[in-house]
Design a protein around this ligand. Structure first.
Ligand code: 6R9
Length: 679
């Protein structure tokens, strides 16, 4: 793995015209002092005297708000001429047109000019106590070498590079190198199988893949290069695979493979940044929807970066000099926005966490907080629930006095976990921010902060919309719900710079999924409750997407794999409440007539297939073999009914009159009681 060496001094790309345009707005009036200290560009907004008024303006006059913030917080080589050109009814979203910039310059060069020796990355390697630090200067050098290497091997502006790596500095440098030369990246979570990787490489039409020889996680070695070898066999577009060395073990190299570090040594540490348009593609990131095929959401340059940076700064109250610890993997949107782009755009020190919460013991996170002096810790409810079960002693062993804010993301956080996080981890003194957002939204949309420092925080509620975000609730008839103390489909009434622009190669699906269900609004796919006080609480997905340990997976994706087994006639997969994972996977499977196999053997086979075709986390926790599935007369599987059966809520089965044969439900219930008795 590329090590920090501190040996060169030739680092800054000097020819890139850097210009921070000052806001044209003027400061006036004493009442604005506070709000100007909070957000300098707000000083120019007439009549804005507090944070609530600032939020109000960010929604009612969102163009002025985003224009001022974009001028103040990004370095442009050419300023934008149009703040936004959006039409939600047509799925058209464009921000900061006319503007030109380079994302890697914004994340690296401008900080190297002012503070080259500030630590940019702390790599918390799987091996406890062996962390490595990389300064902004070193990260820029590494990025430039990778950028030059990619260019020398023919990667051009507009190409898409697939990155299949664990969370490590070279993965970050690879993402930034793509941004530097104008290529898009497609990071695939290194827990995905060869088939899942191949599908994403093909859909993204990548000719270049970057990987490591082996990964290391929880003390175990993972053969990532072998997975890539298998994947690329079915990817005719792939011409070259760069292989970095995470461990010392050599792997078989083919004619297509390139030893990454060796080749990087031959490259210059200066790499001319491409001048990109605001709306050029920055990256694709695949996520699950309600069909079997994952969708490659597209994020672009300026709007995404600005939104990631602003949310990072204000939701977590990040200040210069703080150490920001988001433990998400870079393979997910949380890793993109809050490990890489948001923190680096703000010149922060950001932690790259390569391990697991319980390796080598359940004190890992808090040991890391003490050792790295972490100020903001951002993690997932599933890990909090797991650690809670191991007891307070694992937390209390370590000094957590550096912590200022605790964050939660990925799924609803139950009150017990929230309170433990607040009381035990944060010693009752750190605000806990439950942040709601999605791959599609680019950054946090609803969170308790920013708000006045002493504003109340309700456990387990995301609560308040971020600047420029206008959430609405809509009922099943499509009517806007205007009162409080009500629930509905969570939609956004206004565009914001961080939102996804399209689905790669499928703009029609983008429109159908997000803009057609409620014309004029962006539909999130989630349901929410708005309290008497006007706070938002997310109640869960309204579509067939489930959330296992914070990982999104479409039930249809799992069904597609299960149905490939020759013994299976059909299947229905649903999520059920799981005490640690949030949701577990429950599969109902109907066998073909005349099949004679042991159910236990078949279960093992099906679990193996799902792990192999998708990823281990998608593998069913329960498989129930059924004679038939409850269906409507038009042949649609009644998942709602199956969910109630699994939750043992027989009272709540509801209207069964549309069922083709209601006896099917009774059979399922009986089969299930036999199953629960035997387990
Ligand atoms: C960032 C991320 C998005 C889905 C989202 C929702 C669920 C995320 C949540 C939450 C309740 C929260 N979700 N944060 N539900 N409270 N604070 O997780 O992106 O992987 O695309 O998942 O996760 O259902 O729609 P992504």
């Amino acid at each position: 793995m590329w090590l920090p060496c501190g040996c060169t001094s030739k680092y800054v790309a000097s020819s890139f015209a850097r210009r921070i345009l000052a806001s044209h707005l003027h400061v006036s009036g004493r009442s604005r002092c506070n709000v100007a200290a909070f957000m300098p560009e707000a000083a120019g907004f007439e009549g804005v005297s507090g944070r609530a008024a600032l939020r109000e303006l960010s929604v009612s006059n969102s163009e002025s708000f985003w224009a001022a913030v974009a001028r103040h917080r990004l370095s442009w080589s050419i300023p934008f001429h149009t703040v936004q050109d959006c039409d939600l009814s047509r799925g058209k979203i464009k921000w900061f047109e006319g503007g030109k910039l380079n994302v890697s310059v914004n994340c690296l060069d401008r900080h190297v000019h002012t503070c080259p020796e500030r630590v940019a990355l702390i790599w918390e390697r799987d091996e406890r106590g062996s962390e490595m630090k990389y300064t902004y200067r070193e990260l820029l050098e590494m990025t430039c070498r990778v950028g030059n290497l990619l260019r020398r091997h023919g990667v051009k502006r507009g190409d898409c590079v697939t990155i299949y790596m664990p969370t490590c500095p070279l993965a970050v440098a690879s993402m930034l190198a793509c941004a530097r030369i104008g290529a898009a990246h497609n990071v695939v979570f290194a827990g995905f199988s060869a088939d899942a990787l191949a599908e994403r490489i093909r859909d993204a039409q990548s000719s270049t893949v970057i990987t490591v020889n082996q990964g290391v996680r929880g003390g175990k070695v993972i053969e990532l290069k072998k997975t890539v070898d298998t994947a690329v066999e079915s990817c005719p577009t792939v011409k070259q695979v760069f292989v970095a060395m995470r461990t010392d073990n050599p792997v078989t190299m083919t004619a297509r493979d390139i030893a990454m570090e060796e080749e990087m040594l031959k490259e210059d540490v200066v790499c001319e940044p491409a001048v990109m348009n605001s709306e050029d593609v920055l990256f694709l990131l695949y996520t699950s929807g309600s069909t079997g095929k994952p969708k490659g959401l597209v994020h672009t340059q300026a709007g995404y970066l600005l939104y990631a940076a602003l949310t990072h700064r204000y939701v977590f109250s990040y200040h210069d000099g703080d150490v920001f610890g988001c433990v998400a993997d870079i393979g997910w949107i949380t890793g993109h926005s809050y490990v890489v782009y948001g923190p680096l755009a703000n010149g922060a020190t950001t932690v790259l966490f390569e391990s697991t919460p319980i390796y080598p013991d359940p004190g890992r996170y808090w040991d890391m907080v003490e050792r790295l002096k972490i100020n903001q810790f951002y993690g997932a409810p599933t890990a909090i629930r797991l650690l809670l079960k191991y007891g307070d002693q694992w937390v209390n062993k370590y000094d957590r006095s550096t912590l200022k804010t605790l964050g939660s993301v990925g799924e609803p956080i139950n009150t017990e976990a929230w309170e433990w996080y607040h009381r035990v981890v944060g010693d009752g003194r750190c605000p806990v921010v439950d942040t709601w957002w999605q791959t599609e939204t680019g950054g946090i949309c609803i969170a308790p902060r920013p708000s006045d420092p002493d504003a109340e925080i309700v456990p387990g509620m995301a609560m308040r919309p971020f600047f420029g975000i206008k959430p609405v609730l809509i009922d099943t008839e499509g009517e806007l719900l205007t009162s409080n103390n009500t629930s509905g489909a969570l939609c956004m009434a206004q565009p914001w710079p961080g939102m996804a622009r399209t689905i790669h190669n499928n703009h029609q699906r983008f429109i159908e999924t997000y803009f057609q269900p409620y014309p004029g609004y962006f539909f999130t796919g989630d349901g929410a409750y708005r309290s008497e006080e006007g706070y938002y609480q997310i109640t869960g997905r309204l579509d067939d997407v489930i959330n296992v340990s914070g990982h999104r997976i479409g039930t249809a994706e799992i069904e597609d794999v299960v149905n490939q087994c020759p013994a299976v006639a059909e299947s229905a997969v649903i999520g059920y409440t799981h005490s640690i994972k949030g949701q577990g996977v429950y599969a109902f499977v109907v066998l073909k007539k005349g099949i004679d196999v042991k159910e236990a053997d078949l279960s093992r086979q099906l679990n193996g297939m799902v792990s192999e075709k998708i990823a281990k986390y998608a593998s069913p926790d329960f498989i129930q073999f059924a004679q038939r599935l409850p269906k409507t007369r038009s042949g649609k599987i009644m998942r709602r009914v199956l969910r109630k059966v699994v939750e043992s809520d027989l009272e709540g089965l509801g209207d069964l009159s549309t069922l083709d044969d209601p006896a099917a439900v009774q059979e399922i219930i009986q089969e299930q009681s036999v199953l629960s008795e035997s387990t």
